[in-house]
Design a protein around this ligand. Structure first.
Ligand code: HEC
Ligand code: HEC
Length: 273
């Protein structure tokens, strides 16, 4: 102080610099995490919270709900050579006899009369077997299906899968064909939404590519499809290996889910799985 200089903190220019830097920081936060996300949310079909989460770098505000439980695999089924070898050992005629119990709900021809009960006709044996095993192990909520599956042996599950896979596929709900040809659904199916990390549905569910165990969706019951996508989204269904389907569903809005369900339920099975 003897040389007459002011202490650094009293220097007004210094205070102005600090103030300006702090102001700029707050301004940048507001622009980057609030203003830009709120401007983008409409275009990407996100709500404000989801848009802010994306800007911050979190996959979604709800991501925590369905985070994997440490040490617990999503399913007991793994797509090994052994599993494939076992699948080939399913006996469809034994399966047809076992299916008597299932017919009341899933239909004699594997096509259900109730929109909330899935069709099984023409579904891939791998997909059916995995779901039955997941009900049996409790990896998929067994509240409804458990009572029918618990008494069955692994061979029984393979036989049932072989039986349903051989039945002719459903041909889609002709009534809704006109109204449901939505471009939003078609884009998600063929192109996905790269900015939101959504791969095209067709790359896993066919006809472009088929991920092991991914069920065919064409001609499936509308209400069933919608409920399953919502359940993956909110994490109440979590039996998909490596969160393949949850990571897609979390990014979908409820409107998109409804459009996708309408679309898939209205088209005939093209055999693309
Ligand atoms: C009381 C009605 C009822 C009976 C009987 C029944 N199911 Fe189901 N099943 C359902 C319902 C409802 C669902 C979907 C909702 C759920 O998972 O709880 C379902 C789901 C399934 C799925 C999953 C399909 C998919 O696309 O993921 C398979 C496979 C299945 N059932 C096979 C069977 C077999 C095989 C039997 C006989 C051993 C059977 N079900 C008996 C009602 C029934
Ligand atoms: C990365 C691959 C992948 C992509 C992309 C994908 N899915 Fe899936 N999806 C799966 C797998 C695998 C399953 C089966 C999960 C299981 O094992 O239970 C599944 C299951 C489903 C189910 C439940 C079907 C049933 O019978 O229970 C629906 C509905 C579904 N997906 C719809 C979609 C839609 C619509 C899209 C596009 C927006 C999509 N998926 C994109 C892999 C994918």
């Amino acid at each position: 102080m003897t040389d007459g200089k002011q202490p650094v903190l009293r220097d007004t220019r210094f205070a102005v610099w600090i103030g300006a830097t702090a102001g700029l920081f707050v301004f940048a936060l507001a622009v980057g995490f609030i203003w830009l996300p709120s401007a983008q949310r409409g275009a990407d079909g996100l709500d404000l919270w989801a848009a802010i989460c994306r800007a911050v770098g979190l996959p979604n505000g709800n991501a925590r709900i369905s985070a994997p439980i440490a040490g617990q695999p999503a399913s007991q089924v793994a797509w090994t050579t052994e599993t494939r070898r076992r699948l080939a050992q399913g006996n469809a005629s034994v399966g047809a006899a076992l299916a008597q119990v299932c017919n009341d709900c899933h239909g004699t021809a594997g096509i259900s009369a109730d929109a909330i009960i899935p069709n099984l006709a023409g579904q891939s044996a791998a997909a059916i077997y995995k779901q039955l095993d997941d009900y049996k192990s409790g990896k998929r909520d067994p509240a409804l299906m458990g009572v029918y599956v618990f008494p069955l042996s692994d061979q029984n599950l393979l036989d049932l899968a072989a039986h349903y896979a051989l039945l002719p596929s459903p041909s889609g709900d002709a009534v809704s064909t006109q109204s449901s040809t939505s471009t939003v659904a078609r884009r998600l199916i063929d192109v996905g939404a790269p900015l939101r990390g959504i791969a095209p549905c067709a790359s896993c569910h066919g006809p472009v590519g088929v991920t092991p165990g991914a069920p065919g969706l064409d001609g499936q019951q509308r209400a069933y499809l919608e409920l399953q996508m919502q359940s993956f989204k909110d994490g109440t269904r979590r039996n998909d290996i490596s969160e393949q389907m949850r990571s897609v569903a979390r990014q979908l809005t409820s409107e998109e889910i409804a459009m996708l369900a309408a679309h898939y339920s209205s088209i005939s099975d093209t055999g693309g799985r």
